[in-house]
Ligand binder design. Structure first.
Ligand SMILES: [Fe+2]
Ligand SMILES: [Fe+2]
Length: 272
């Protein structure tokens, strides 16, 4: 099992006066995506069908992601007793197709698959670090610290596997950069928008990708600070096989931070 369990969370310290309703909404969305971890683990086990050592790692990873979903879902229920993780998760699965049916990687190679996973773990480790810093409610803070540590460990694990397969498959630098950029671009896709909708809106309300995506992004972008973005860029460059702390890092970090500020200001003005 994982490095911690739900019993390690100080639930008794929950303080309703410190709950931020915007954070509750994005925590609910995150709980659904995390809770779906085992689906992705099953897909990874098919892609790496003849690598028993990695399959074991992938299964443990999937269970840890599910536990993230359980912890966030339980916290969301403390903050909003009407929230039910299982019910919301059924809605999420019924309406969102994560396209994980294949036996070969969607990224074209196993090394590519691992680089794409590194991008996701980069995103989640920075997201929970930012959420832990933004949250004033002590139980949410504690949960996010634990999850952020797991996500960083997941990044290292997939990074080590990526390196192994980059050598075996001979995946060149440009191909690695392309996979990394493609996965980063996908972070704007529907999964989080749909999770936000399934977790927060009445089933009779129709899903509107643009509106619900913006409602999610406004709240999520709002928690990032410059040092989170700088770390994200370093981790992305490293996973793609580029120098993580040189001039490229400075230029890309400055651009990414500026982009995020503009987007956050735009969403705030749009009042979503
Ligand atoms: Fe996670
Ligand atoms: Fe993770």
């Amino acid at each position: 099992m994982g490095y911690w369990t739900l019993n390690d969370i100080p639930w008794e310290k929950f303080d309703p006066a410190k709950v931020d309703s915007d954070l509750v909404r994005i925590v609910k969305a995150a709980s659904l995506v995390e809770y779906d971890g085992p689906s992705y683990a099953r897909y990874l086990c098919r892609v790496f069908h003849d690598d028993a050592e990695f399959r074991e790692v992938a299964e443990r990873w999937g269970a840890e992601e599910r536990q993230h979903g359980e912890a966030l879902g339980r916290w969301a229920k403390l903050a909003d007793p009407t929230y039910d993780l299982e019910t919301a998760f059924r809605r999420f699965k019924a309406g969102f197709d994560s396209k994980l049916d294949g036996d070969v990687s969607k990224r074209g190679s196993r090394a590519g698959e691992m680089i794409a996973r590194c991008m996701v773990e980069t995103g989640t480790s920075s997201y929970y670090t930012a959420l832990a810093e933004a949250a004033e409610e002590p139980v949410l803070k504690a949960i996010c610290h634990k999850i952020a540590a797991d996500e960083l460990r997941h990044y290292k694990l997939f990074y080590a596997t990526a390196r192994k397969y980059v050598g075996r498959e001979g995946l060149g630098l440009w191909s690695r950069v392309k996979v990394a950029l493609a996965r980063v671009a996908e972070s704007g896709d529907d999964e989080l928008a749909y999770a936000y909708y399934a977790a927060n809106h009445h089933p009779e309300e129709r899903y509107d990708r643009r509106r619900h995506g913006r409602a999610y992004a406004k709240r999520a972008y709002g928690i990032y600070r410059r040092h989170h973005v700088e770390r994200v860029i370093a981790m992305i460059l490293k996973a793609a096989g580029l120098t993580p702390n040189g001039r490229l890092h400075r230029v890309v970090s400055a651009g990414a931070w500026r982009f995020m500020r503009l987007r956050a200001a735009h969403f705030a003005r749009a009042g979503v």
